[in-house]
Structure formats: C-alpha cells, structure tokens
Design a protein around this ligand. Sequence first.
Ligand code: MG
Length: 331
Amino acid sequence: MKVNLMHGAGGEVMGELLQILTRLEHNNAGGVGLEALDDGAVIPLGGLNVVFTTDSHVVRPIFFPGGDIGRIAVCGTVNDLAMMGGRPIALSCGMIIEEGFETGDLERIVRSMDVALGECGASLVTGDTKVLEKGALDGIAVNTSGIGIADRVIRDNGLQPGDLILVNGTLGDHGMTIMTERAGLSLGEQLKSDVAPLWGLVEKAMHAGEIHAMKDPTRGGFASAINEMARKSHVQVRISETDLPVRRSVKSAAEMLGIDPLQVANEGKVVMGVPAKDAGVILEAMRSHPYGRESAIIGEVVAGTHVIMETSIGGERFIEPPVGDPVPRVC
Ligand code: MG
C-alpha cells in the first residue's frame, strides 16, 4: 500500500494509516495513552494530570478569511488540550520552511500565533526551524505540541444515555471557507473560518456543570467526531436536523460543491455530552462567551449504536463518518 491524500484526511481511510503508526508497545505513560486515540494523552505526575498533545499544520492557502496557518497551529493544539479538560500552559513550535518563503509572511504568521496564545493564556516556550530546498515542500509546515494541566480529565468516550449533545455554534465554517477559497468561488456573503482557541469557553462550561464527554470536530467534521464519541461510548446519538446550526452561506456553498457541511472541518467548535439536568446552565455559560454565542442543544444520547439524524421533514437517516475529509490539507 502507498500513502495517499485520503490517509491524512481524518476519515475512515486514515484508520488504515493509524494502524501502522499506533503499532507500538510503549504507548502509555500511566494515564491516557496513544491507544485511546483521544484528543491528547494524560500523564499523572506528582498529583497533577499533565495533558500532552501534538499537531502538524499544512493548510493551503496559508492565509484565508478568518485566520491563517499560525492561528490554526496554536488553536489546534490548545483545543486538543482543552478537550481533555486541560488548561493550556506551554507550547512548542517546529517549523519546516521552503527556500524562498517570504519573511514578511513568516512575521505575519508569528504575530497571529501570539494573538491566539494571548487569548488563552498559554506561551510558546521552545521551537525548532528547518529550511528545505525549493520544491521539497509547499511553502511551510508548522508543528505544535502542547502541555496543559487538567483538574478533571474529560474523555471523548464518556457519553451516557440521557445526556444532551451541545455544540458552541455553526458547523462547517472552516472547511467550506478553505474549499471555496480553493475553488475561487465568490458568494454573496463572505465565508469565514471559525478558527479560535476554546479554553476560555470550555473552562466556563466546566465550572457551570458536569461534562461527560468532549471532542473538537476538526478533520472529518461533526459527522466524524460524533460517530467516534458514540462508538467509543457504546451508545446511540440522535441529532435533530432542525436544531443543527449551519450558516446559510455554508449551506449554499456546500450545495454548490456537493459537499456535506457536517463532514468538513471546524477549528473553533466543541461537541459536548452533558447530563440533561446541567444542560441549561452549561448552555447559558457557553452563550456568555464570545466563541459560544450561537451554542445550541442539538441532540440526545440513548441506548444503542450509531448516530441517527431526525430530519426536518420527520424522517430518519444515519449520519455516517466520512470515508475521507473531502478537503485535503484543511488544517
Ligand atoms: Mg481533537
């Protein structure tokens, strides 16, 4: 088998590659390890839950409406820490740069990283830079790793029957923005990526009530994240189509390009499962945060398997995880 673009797209095909990459015996340092394929690892250390995660970023174009590769590089890692309940503390950054890359663009990227770090109170404390000869890579690739501290660890496999499913706003914005930029489509209303660091919002939600499970619907979109949560938790999730927040502009771009907006990446969204008794106060807490104004309760957890969409016309269908994200190099 040879590696192809679908192997990096976050869908079901990526599982084939992960089978090779996760064939390690030394994969767990005592808490949550690589075998869990959660958003990050947890290492219990001196009475603390140290959360650790890493992410590489190769988005094309590197500057897009709503963000750039620098903002994604910080938010991708900060959000994976936050999804485990971890307050982001410190990040590393490894940059691989192609010969000929404009230093002005590099300055823009670094400034953007700094703004995102400031938003969530984390610092970039160590890094590495390599330059490759022209043609050896397409512009720039940015890897960030991060450590955080979790007072309470939250997993992606903790959904329970009776939980309600919450999301902090509209779905599909980032993926459809990248897709329309690449297709050179101009729509009446400008699409904009949702890329944002979510620790502040997650912290508010955690203080408001109990959260049973969390995941960020990045590559593979909401469809991939909710299926993974349901499968790992051994439950069925029922989603109400009429309650799903999707921007009109995202819907029309998706129709034009023949892409399901639930299958494309978000970079500033969290999907949560919370006990019904806490859903109201958590929703209120999320809506009080700038990145949660359009938060909504979109479904419920019941006994069973699979993710079912209750459609707006009263029917039912499966929400299937995508085979591969329809947008390669989306983050
Ligand atoms: Mg994640």
